[in-house]
Design a protein. Structure first.
Length: 120
């Protein structure tokens, strides 16, 4: 029995999150932004606000919600990566920002998406 590749599972979740957010009127700026400080799954634009999105996907909620897996340490890494993004892209310091978290549960035939805007 072959196990799913964790990278492909993550990419699938990010694709679902991107589709979900675009359907809500947001626009994609970047996906999978990587730097020494970490990775940002999605960078979106919501009107005048730049949004850094962390995507978490699980097959079930048997061990808790995917949203619960974003620890304080992960939040610090995301914040540092976002600062790197802002500097590397020469984004003005007055730019409105927020951090969102998308939790996807994809067990069975149906996928559920939970979105916390301005999560931290």
């Amino acid at each position: 029995m072959a196990f799913p590749n964790p990278l492909s599972i993550g990419r699938s979740g990010e694709h679902s999150a991107e589709k979900f957010l675009c359907a809500k009127g947001m626009q994609l700026v970047a996906r999978n932004y990587r730097c020494a400080q970490g990775e940002i799954d999605l960078v979106m634009r919501d009107g005048d606000t730049l949004v850094f999105v962390e995507v978490r996907r699980r097959a079930s909620t048997a061990y808790g919600s995917p949203l619960e897996t974003v620890s304080t340490a992960k939040q610090r890494k995301l914040t540092a990566a976002a600062q790197h993004f802002l500097l590397s892209q020469k984004i003005p310091t007055r730019q409105a920002l927020r951090f969102d978290v998308i939790g996807i549960v994809s067990g069975g035939a149906k996928e559920t998406v939970d979105w916390i805007a301005n999560a931290f």
